[in-house]
Write a protein that binds this ligand. Structure first.
Ligand code: PHE
Length: 404
């Protein structure tokens, strides 16, 4: 790489006057939060997949929605905008709003960027999960990198007729109105609209419970018509949770699926997770602090978790490895007792991170990780070291262990 190129995922891009990605933004491409087990965004993703698995089972007993979660976030201007009929003049295309690698490539500003390409590949129904990038405002609900899900569902004439058990005409030749695209008949518009709204209300019941109140509000997206926002009542306030609509027939036509009609939706996963787990600040999703991550450990999508604020002071992590005495039955709880006694309020968490039987010396070895953190002030390395050796020495004295 030189000063005027950027290398991403093994590919070299030449910088130009569109380039506005920074090394910091590029560093987010490797984070892959959606792939981290027990990450709150992964739990939400799994919950959404579970809904579609449960409600759209095909002949083979699995969901008819194919799932895409590994599509690379570097896409072309064509994919992100042109293929979705987003006009040249649309604000989202501006350098002030989107992270460009150069004038041809950018970091996708929505996962909808893959819609046309996947339809072209012959897929009828699919879900896309991924990171998206926007030069947005900075506050507790906005971050330049966030995560989205898109869903697409399409059918042809025969498939619709099988569902409604009668004949239907999909297409006519009229002007667009507020209610429908000129090319769609009123009948097929109603069918798709009902299917879309039932599916998404089902999804919001699955995610928020069946008691939730909702309303549909008309919206505008260049790639769907008509379009809606689904709002639900949270803490006495109407909150937008997703955007959706009937796919523009030109998109399907350009992708070689002009005989099909369908719907699409897109939603932001952070907002969902913040509501579900009462996470107060979007930056918490990027935290590697074990005080944060341990709150979601071993959770399933159904687990009820209420996020607890962690101390803003830094953690200091020290491991302790030792061989157990031959004759000793030494329980982890005994060790925790020593840590509690010696470490007091300076220790936030202790966990057993490794245990193995050493075949040569024929002894059991254990490694405990001790996470030090004071709630009101940063700890120095030196004072943590003093505590750490005091814990080690007490354990040697009481249990005759041998430090490795
Ligand atoms: N891509 C839109 C957004 O980011 C959401 C959307 C997707 C709306 C698909 C309609 C259909 O806001």
């Amino acid at each position: 790489p030189t000063n005027n190129t950027i290398v991403l995922n093994g590919k070299t891009y030449i910088k130009d006057d569109y380039t506005n990605v920074t090394p910091r933004i590029i560093s987010f491409l490797d984070k892959k939060l959606l792939h981290r087990k027990f990450h709150p965004l992964n739990l939400i993703k799994q919950n959404i997949i579970n809904y579609f698995n449960k409600n759209f089972i095909g002949k083979k007993g699995i969901t008819i929605f194919s799932i895409y979660e590994d599509l690379h976030p570097v896409v072309t201007v064509r994919e992100n905008f042109d293929s979705l009929l987003i006009p040249e003049s649309h604000i989202s295309r501006q350098k002030s709003d989107t992270y460009y690698i150069n004038k041809e490539y950018l970091l996708r500003s929505h996962t909808t960027a893959h819609q046309a390409e996947l339809i072209k590949m012959g897929l009828d129904n699919f879900l896309i999960f991924g990171d998206a990038y926007r030069r947005d405002e900075i506050d507790i609900t906005h971050y330049p990198v966030f995560h989205q899900t898109d869903g697409v569902y399409t059918l042809n004439k025969e498939q619709i007729e099988n569902v409604i058990n009668s004949e239907i005409n999909l297409f006519e030749n009229n002007e667009d109105t507020e209610e429908k695209q000129g090319i769609h008949t009123a009948a097929v518009t109603k069918f798709i609209e009902n299917h879309l709204k039932n599916t998404l209300i089902g999804l919001s019941h699955h995610l928020y419970g069946t008691k939730i109140s909702h309303q549909w509000v008309s919206a505008y997206f260049p790639f769907t018509h008509p379009s809606w926002e689904l709002q639900i009542m949270i803490n006495n306030e109407w909150t937008e949770i997703l955007g959706c609509g009937i796919i523009r027939q030109d998109i399907l036509k350009n992708a070689g699926a002009g005989d099909r009609v369908g719907w699409a939706f897109g939603l932001g996963l952070e907002r969902l997770a913040m509501q579900r787990y009462q996470i107060p600040d979007i930056r918490i999703f990027w935290s590697e602090d074990s005080g944060v991550t341990s709150q979601f450990e071993d959770a399933t999508p159904e687990t009820k978790i209420i996020y607890k604020e962690v101390s803003p002071q830094p953690q200091c992590i020290n491991d302790l490895s030792f061989f157990l005495a031959d004759d000793n039955i030494f329980h982890s709880n005994d060790f925790y007792e020593i840590v509690r006694h010696v470490g007091g309020n300076y220790v936030e968490q202790v966990k057993l991170i490794d245990e193995f039987f050493h075949p040569k010396v024929k002894r059991l070895s254990r490694t405990y990780r001790i996470i030090y953190r004071h709630r009101n002030r940063p700890l120095t390395k030196a004072e943590v070291n003093v505590l750490h050796s005091r814990i080690a020495n007490t354990t040697i004295r009481q249990f005759n262990i041998e430090i490795r």
